[in-house]
Design a protein around this ligand. Structure first.
Ligand code: GAL
Length: 861
């Protein structure tokens, strides 16, 4: 048994697991040379010989095939707007040459095409952010950017990227992956049409092995057509997520080919692994799979090897394994333990691994109970969730990974434990952040359709996302008004549910329905968990009728509030931030949570929404260009209800007093003063005099009406039986704006060309108190190895540009909204100190320094 002999060879380089993502071809060549031709891939404790045998033998890995490489292809693109109706301004597109018999595609595909007039851009990129806001009824819901049939000159974008592929890559499989392009992307490599992906959200992967020029220059061109929309909200335009080039040996783990599910029984994690191996070679190959599970400390805690199987040429083969992990560290929002599954493909008889692939996963159990809600690891867990669209202030849909982490961390700080990717597949980095920070995810497809496209989008979503421990359920629909309550809807849903179960038997499927669940014969009859959008029908009556169908609130609240505003202002499009504003179908924070918290059969719910987003500017239209539904604004600055949720969802005592106490000219007039708290009693003092003490009903708030007098309001919060306050909150009348303050969320970032520090900009008085009504204009300049990639202030009616002008990227301006604005500072690939300076007429200027230190940038194309 040659294989077994190989597997017994001594182990070299212990403890430094090489990630397939970080091992470059150069590293490989270097290592191969230094190992006398043997490629030495590390292992912490060694591999078992074969399934059923005791583990522990070590293995030396060597071979003629370079390892898998996954290269980030985000840098060095060129961008140019095209034209939706004029071929002359669309690089000739639309003149009948797309599908000619050699597949040659449009002029910019030529290797010698001069793209020097195109704008240099790095991905992720959303060109809609740079378009002006326009006041047109047809654009209101979509963020007022000129995209669509009537805006042909701004609805098409072209992207061009050239790169070299070494001659030695001939014989490997090469694929280009797009995580998300909005939308209708036509992709050509070296003048050959490779594919068209309609979806603005589903990832797509193209094998380009046949099209590559080996040992020479390659030209990748993408024409993006954002004329049509998929939703009713801002969706961006362009290649707004990452692009990858992946190189694999001919015998390799298939794309998204490893799927690990787990069960926990009697203190043991049973990990079931499906491994799909693809043989892209011309001959059958006998091989096996060796899998190792590595814990968060880098220790291999379990491993197994499959029997050897012959894989036919150009065919896949599915290997399965069942591996026990004794006493696993379970994943949960409070303790998000992760494991790494390292998969190697070992051809027989050499036993020398030719491919290594890594999958991050978690061990946890989930279950829904129709009477008692959702259970994680055997414990009931109320889903304290938010729905979210994907855009952020300054950058639109092109959200850097660091900003994704920032957003999930902000939600966690509110006590939130669940996230619904409304209404589309998310960027993979959202799920990575949820895995790592501890946030359950309801992962949603865009298209409620069982046609080929609908099934394909669902398929791509589930295959990509099914290893994330954060994902606890799939959502196949949202308010499908024409079909949710009828037999056609049931049939479509049943087909999607069937497909989801085939791809992932471990998770339930739900659908967000806003009506038709109580009486309709529709989608309800097909799903595993009923999703309620709002309470339009009687939920208790529904539960009585379907006592064995679990249920949750897929969408709740839709309450609106504008940060720092305490009176309705229709002209400017603002509503007050008291928890009182909602559409007729919606509920305030307090209303929906009190209702859900009182019903164990409801597993919890998802507030519409965690963050404000562009588009849907309810209840007003222009000048509003953003929604007000968020618990935070588009920058992530909290509105007051943030603290309501923190008080009912979190563990720590909370006492939040509002509004601010700057009401010049309103002396003597009554002001509504509220308190969100999870303490039982609160006493309010106005300039030292008690305005009364209130007992707070569970999930409720305290409210007083007190005449305004400049000075201080103070709330003292007590336990029911306590005589000394647990918390004290104050709001003081501030002085005039005197200075700008800069507060980076991270003062040290990585010089990898991607990392971002989110700098909070405060307008403060002489005593460093934020002036809560300040709207001073601030100008920014940046020096050192950093750039400003976006600015925002959370004002839903602000039409100032989100980005510095392309010609003067080192300077930018933004006005504060109610005392605050934000700048997103991105590192370049050069280490050093980034200096951001902020100035405002008449105010003391501020300087922030952000250290960008050399890290290990991801391997890039
Ligand atoms: C829901 C819909 C959401 C959003 C929300 C606003 O009906 O599912 O996408 O439009 O209303 O309240």
């Amino acid at each position: 048994m040659h294989l077994l002999r190989c597997l017994r060879k001594p182990w070299v380089r212990r403890g430094t697991i090489a990630r397939h993502m970080s091992l470059t071809r150069r590293d490989w060549l270097k290592r191969t040379a230094s190992a006398g031709g043997a490629l030495l891939l590390p292992n912490a404790t060694g591999w078992p010989a074969a399934q059923g045998r005791a583990g522990g033998s070590a293995v030396q890995l060597s071979g003629p095939v370079p390892p898998r490489e996954r290269l980030l292809a985000d840098f060095g693109w060129r961008f140019h707007l095209g034209h939706a109706s004029d071929p002359a301004r669309d690089f000739g597109f639309g003149q009948g040459r797309v599908f000619d018999k050699v597949g040659r595609l449009f002029t910019p595909s030529g290797a010698r095409y001069d793209d020097s007039a195109w704008q240099p851009v790095d991905l992720p990129h959303d060109w809609a952010v740079d378009l002006p806001f326009e006041n047109a009824a047809e654009l209101v819901d979509f963020g007022c950017k000129p995209l669509g049939r009537n805006y042909p000159a701004t609805s098409i974008g072209w992207y061009r990227r050239t790169f070299d592929i070494p001659a030695g890559d001939n014989g490997r499989r090469l694929a280009v992956e797009f995580d998300g392009v909005f939308r209708n992307a036509t992709v050509a490599l070296n003048g050959h049409l490779r594919g068209t992906n309609f979806s603005g959200y589903a990832p797509v992967r193209y094998d380009v092995t046949d099209l590559v020029t080996y040992g020479g220059r390659n030209v990748l061109v993408v024409r993006v057509d954002a004329t049509e929309r998929e939703g009713w909200f801002y969706e961006g335009a362009g290649i707004y997520r990452h692009v990858w080039l992946e190189k694999t040996p001919p015998l390799h783990v298939a794309p998204n080919g490893v799927f690990a599910t787990s069960e926990v029984a009697a203190g043991t994690g049973r990990v079931r692994i499906a491994n799909e191996v693809m043989n892209d070679g011309d001959r059958a190959v006998a091989c096996c799979i060796a899998s190792a599970i590595v814990d968060g400390n880098g220790r291999t805690v379990a491993a197994a090897t499959t029997p050897v199987v012959s894989v036919a040429p150009h065919k896949p083969h599915a290997f399965t394994q069942l591996i026990n992990v004794p006493s696993p560290s379970l994943w949960s929002p409070d303790a998000p333990h992760l494991y790494r599954l390292v998969t190697r493909v070992l051809p027989h008889p050499t036993g020398i691994p030719v491919d290594q692939y890594e999958t991050v996963f978690g061990i946890r159990s989930i279950r829904f109970d129709a009477a008692n809600g959702f259970f994680l690891n055997g414990q009931r867990l109320a889903l304290k969730g938010t729905c979210n669209h994907q855009d952020h202030a300054g950058v639109g849909a092109a959200v850097p990974d660091a900003v994704q982490r920032f957003r999930i961390a902000r939600l966690k700080a509110m006590g939130c434990n669940a996230y619904r990717t409304a209404h589309n597949p998310p960027a993979p980095e959202v799920l990575d952040a949820c895995d790592r920070l501890g946030m359950l995810v309801l992962d949603e497809t865009r298209l409620f359709s069982s046609n080929e496209e609908g099934l394909s989008q669902l398929d791509r979503l589930i295959r990509r996302d099914r290893n994330h421990p954060s994902v606890f359920a799939w959502s196949i629909a949202n308010e499908e008004w024409s079909d949710q309550a009828n037999e056609r809807g049931r049939r479509i849903a049943a087909s999607l549910v069937r497909r989801a179960h085939e791809l992932d038997p471990s998770r339930p499927v739900t659908a967000g329905m806003d009506s038709g669940y109580e009486n309709g014969p529709g989608i309800t009859l097909a799903v595993d968990v009923q999703g309620f959008n709002y309470q339009r029908e009687n939920l208790d009556a529904f539960h009585a009728k379907y006592p064995s169908l679990p249920a949750m609130g897929t969408e709740t609240a839709s309450a609106y509030a504008t940060r720092g505003i305490y009176a309705r202002d229709e002209a400017r499009g603002y509503v007050s931030a008291y928890d009182v504003n909602k559409p007729d179908y919606g509920a305030t924070a307090e209303q929906w949570w009190s209702f859900y918290a009182a019903r164990p059969y409801l597993a919890g719910g998802f507030v519409w929404t965690g963050f404000d987003y562009r588009g849907e500017p309810s209840p007003f239209k222009w000048p509003c260009i953003s929604s007000h539904f968020g618990i935070m604004d588009t920058c992530g600055f909290p509105k007051d209800t943030f603290y309501y949720y923190q008080s009912v969802w979190g563990q720590a005592p909370v006492l939040h007093l509002f509004p601010h106490w700057n009401w010049p000219g309103r002396e003597g007039a009554d002001v509504d003063v509220w308190c969100f708290t999870n303490l039982e009693r609160v006493e309010l003092f106005v300039n030292g005099s008690s305005a009364g003490s209130q007992t707070i009903a569970k999930h409720s708030h305290a409210a007083w009406k007190v005449p305004f007098a400049p000075g201080t309001i103070e709330a003292r919060g007590y336990r029911a039986d306590g005589s000394s306050p647990v918390l004290i909150a104050r709001r003081e009348t501030t002085g005039a704006a005197a200075k700008v303050l800069l507060k980076p969320d991270r003062a040290a970032i990585t010089a990898d060309g991607e990392d971002v520090s989110i700098v909070e900009v405060q307008i403060a008085d002489a005593q460093n108190r934020v002036v809560p009504t300040a709207s001073n204009g601030v100008s920014f300049s940046i020096s050192g190895p950093g750039r400003m990639i976006g600015l925002g202030n959370g004002d839903p009616s602000c039409h100032e540009p989100d980005r510095p002008a392309a010609l003067t990227p080192a300077t930018a301006a933004r006005s504060a909204f109610n005392g605050l604005c934000a700048v997103l500072v991105q590192a370049t690939r050069n280490p050093g100190t980034i200096t951001l300076e902020a100035a405002s007429p008449g105010l003391e200027r501020a300087i922030a320094q952000i250290a960008a230190s050399a890290g290990a940038p991801r391997p890039t194309l």
